[in-house]
Each structure stands twice: as C-alpha cells, then as structure tokens.
Design a protein around this ligand. Sequence first.
Ligand SMILES: N[C@@H](CCC(=O)N[C@@H](CS)C(=O)NCC(=O)O)C(=O)O
Length: 252
Amino acid sequence: MIDVYYWPTPNGWKVTIMLEECGLDYNIIPVDIGGGDQFKAEFLRISPNNRMPAIVDHEPMGGGKPLAIFESGAILEYLADKTGQFLPTEPAERFKVLQWVHWQMANLGPMMGNANHFKNYGKNIADDPKQLEYGIKRFVGEVDRLSGVMDAQLSANQYLASDYSIADMITWPWAMLIGRMIDEAVWEDFPNLKRWVDEVGARPAVDKGWQVERELGRREMTEEEEKARRELLFNQTNEKVRKAREAAAQAT
Ligand SMILES: N[C@@H](CCC(=O)N[C@@H](CS)C(=O)NCC(=O)O)C(=O)O
C-alpha cells in the first residue's frame, strides 16, 4: 500500500492521476496546508521542505523498509520505474520524457504558482495594489511564454514526448488552469495546447485522479481563519519554518 500525503491542488493531483493510471492501491493522508499540517513532525520527517505531495511506499521497489519520497517529479519517476509504465527505459525515449518532467517542475509549476500568488492572493496581502503590478507582469508573462512553448511542442506531437507519459501527467494539472488563471480567451492563442488539455483530461484515470478528495479544499472559512491561512502560507521565512520544525520536534 502507498500512503499519499495530499491536499487537492495541482501538485497533489499529479500523484493521484499517476496512481490511477497505474491502477495502484493508495491511502490518502490529508495534509491541510492552510491549517499547518505541513509543519507537523511526522510530515516533516517525510517531506523536509514542508510541502505536499509526498508518499510512503510500504512495499518499495527493490524491497526493504518503507520508502518515503517528496517532490512530485521524483514521486512520478519512482512510480513509473516501479510499475514499468509511462516512462520508457530506452535512453533516448526516457530522456525525451524526463526533460519535460524537469521543465514542468522548474518552469510551469513555479511560474504559475507565482502568477496565481500575485494575481489572486496578493490583493489580500499587499498594502498597495501597485506593489503587485511588476510581479503580475513578470509571472503572467512567463506563463504566457511557457504556454507558447507547450503549444509549439504539441503542434507537431500528440503528447509532450512520444507516447502518453509522466510528462503529460505532471504538466496537465497546471496547464489546464491557464485559462482560469490568466483569461479564458488565452486558449485562442494556444489551440494545440487546448487540444491536448481536452484529450488528456478525457482520460478516465485523469478525471478520477483530479477529483480525489476535492471537498477537502472547499470548506468555507471565517475571515479569521482566512487571515491565519494567509499568514501561514505566504509569510514563510527560514526563522518561522525553523521554529515550527523545533516545536514539532519537541512535541514528539
Ligand atoms: N515542487 C514541489 C511543490 C510542492 C508545493 O508547492 N506544494 C504546495 C501545495 S501545491 C504546498 O505544500 N504548500 C504548503 C506551504 O506553502 O506551506 C512538488 O512539485 O512537489
């Protein structure tokens, strides 16, 4: 059995989509990132970067004691190697996939996260909306550029690499949100990307994977809870995280 430390966000969906595609059994352990679960001692032992998703495989590849993995890219690569699916072993084909996996991890995910932060969350945080302007321009511009990169790749290929792979699974949960994050009209500029988003989204495992525990993220919060959530998520310095780590260690 595989424990999945999870909250319904794009980075979490990557893992549930892959598990559904592989037909593996898994057990969801919610990590309420707005409530501070990412700072709990048990979680930090598995994911020292205080971010979900993470997994613990109780029957790991190669045998031995349970194996904990954090970072969605590493998790998908591990599950692909464990099951022998969605990541070719032949070097040229393998690296066609892995270059897009790393591209997503280093580019689309972080840039969309920052675009979302400045565009949507920032207005409740910044003292003056003018403080947000440069961040919005920079990160929305990057998302637009990256959408063009995907669109060009998908104009000549059905999928990001040769066959459907972990590169598609890791990219789809962010890519399908581009319209919602920037403007729905943006799809007109990227018809090949839109074709791929619809095609991948129509896969039963993808549809199932991104619906996992959706209700968890939908709880209505009071204004006080919202404020506490913002303080927790958007004000993380080394000192703050270190204190949380120390408090978690003392509590065990
Ligand atoms: N590169 C990481 C990113 C993970 C990440 O940013 N997770 C967010 C939720 S989508 C999180 O756990 N946030 C908690 C926090 O900011 O404290 C991955 O792909 O696994």
